[in-house]
Ligand binder design. Sequence first.
Ligand SMILES: Nc1ncnc2c1ncn2[C@@H]1O[C@H](COP(=O)(O)OP(=O)(O)OP(=O)(O)O)[C@@H](O)[C@H]1O
Length: 671
Amino acid sequence: MSTYNLDIALHTNLPLTELLKVAEQQGVITALDRHFAIELCELSNEPNELLQLLLTLLSKQLSSQHSCLPLQHIEFANPLGLRPQATITEDAPAPYCAIACQSDVATAPQQLATLLAQSSLVWCPNLGEEEDPLNRPLVLEQQRLYLRRYWRYEKSVADRLLSLATDSDIAVQLDGEPRFMQQVSALLDGLFPNHATDIDWQKIAAATTLSRNLSVITGGPGTGKTTTVTKVLLLLMHLQPALRLRLVAPTGKAAARLSESIKGSKARLQAELTGELESLLPALHAIPEEAATIHRLLGVIPDDSRFRHHQNNPLVLDLLIVDEASMVDLPLMAKLLDALPEKARLILLGDQDQLASVEAGAVLADICHGLRDGHQWRMQYSHQQSSRLSQLCGVKIPAGTRSEPLGDSLCMLRHSHRFKDDAGIGVLAAAVNNGTVNKAKEVWAKQYPELTWFEQQSSITAERALLKHCVEQYRPYLALAQQQAEPHQVLRAYNQFRVLSAMRTGEYGVDGLNLIITRQLAQAKLIVPSQEFYSGRPIIIRSNDYNLGLFNGDIGIILQDPSNQRLMAWFERADGSMMKVLPARLPSHDSCFAMTVHKSQGSEFAAVTMILPPNPRGAQMQLLCRELLYTAITRAKTHFSCSGTEPVFNLAVKQLTLRASGLASRLWSSH
Ligand SMILES: Nc1ncnc2c1ncn2[C@@H]1O[C@H](COP(=O)(O)OP(=O)(O)OP(=O)(O)O)[C@@H](O)[C@H]1O
């Protein structure tokens, strides 16, 4: 037992170094977590076990994609989450570790904060302080412990978003020039003719975007985010023909889909531009369709985590549109905002209910946090902004209950035009998103034609109906491959269906599923996998190759080159053109009959089959969450099937992932 001046102490029955080894053996921490703590304590020459434990917990948080360690989140009775040992002997007693506070337990986080503040490793910034003169590696703010780098990212993202949200030159122009207000309002009326009696939230989202330097349009799939933003771009290009705008998304696939959506929206809009609206046609044609990845926009420097564009070499643009913003992690958002020119405007589009980014943070969810009102969502416009929007849209738009500047920049779309209100996929997605197990159960019981449940058998090889379904779904694209159809045609057909899993490893993970599906397809004589590369093999890239222009998550297919019959790997570029690569030159890759739900973000398929693990344990339990199911379901456009058991499905519906971060409270001061 170690004690300090403070009223808080670490209780263990083994020296902490031994205990951390047990924790590593149990898989509750990694070797990296243990060494991170040891090395930092050695660096500071502070042999303090409680400090070492806190550093281990911080590292564990960071490897679970949290941005910080909130001290009040620590489970004081068992901070490492140790499990009881199966075999207990005198040599190996049951490990025990607890943080005990002698007086009021409620003061424990504050006591830990005081302990940390005394360490030479930790900087506690005063309000407004930007830099630590001593460059200490850790930062403690509001009882949240950060690695300095993450604190900087979080602070710079919050500062820039707030400054963009507060910057009101466009709002001032609208308020000060009644004619301009009328002109914009008339254009909005033309583009959003009111056929329904309900409030048209797409029109309000467009007005929000037109009146702020920062706007965030969030909503589920098919709620009209792209349609709305295309109309906004049309108005902006009409009002400011020289506007320099760029479209980006976090992955190549998402960028390609954004390009396609913008093209589709423009084509639909063209048909609507009749009568007086015909004068908008030149502006419509001027809207760019090409979208890039964020990495490409920022300019990747090989083997360097920095980009070519940053604060001192900003991007050349007036307006940046970022699609699939939920996939943008905290460090990348910080770098993107850093490279945004001072006067530029920013539009973020995304679905705040989807899985958070693969790397640290949940930036979009934190931005939208202030709209949550209990179990409901509610717009939070200030009185001034609600009156401005009411004038622009010609309907009364109520003000919210909060008064933070970010509220004026946000708009949420809730009505899906992709799924009919009573169609299975939309209803199931809504039930899962609300965390209502009974409702989800009812949806499955109704046996919608768009939904299929495969009750899980004892092993994947026993799941005949499921495997038959997968073979039938992949048959059309493989038949095209056998007929040596054009590569882009085969790739399109392949993208009609995908098997998704929560995890990579194990029989029910992507690795196991790829093996079994390959075997089934070979038995059905659809592929001949006698060598590593064979015609029809879909592949997913696992690392970046800047020379080839292939990036982690890119998906292609091995097919014969029509010009010389050699097998090549074919990929679709963001602009829709095809690129071929010699298979031997491919960076690390896997087969992709099945992929993780994480990797499927930003893509959509006609049909999706989700396979849940039968007996999730440990880390798998953490992966199974509501956002994972919601993301998997909403990747499907016409059919969703799920192989699992009811308890596992329900467990995932109930579990909500929360990423620890201070961003929401920086953005929403009354949070
Ligand atoms: N107000 C509307 N009335 C009728 N159909 C609409 C409306 N808005 C959008 N749609 C249609 O709904 C479909 C989805 O729209 P859109 O692509 O804009 O949604 P989204 O939110 O961007 O979807 P995703 O998140 O999947 O990219 C499109 O076919 C579009 O034409």
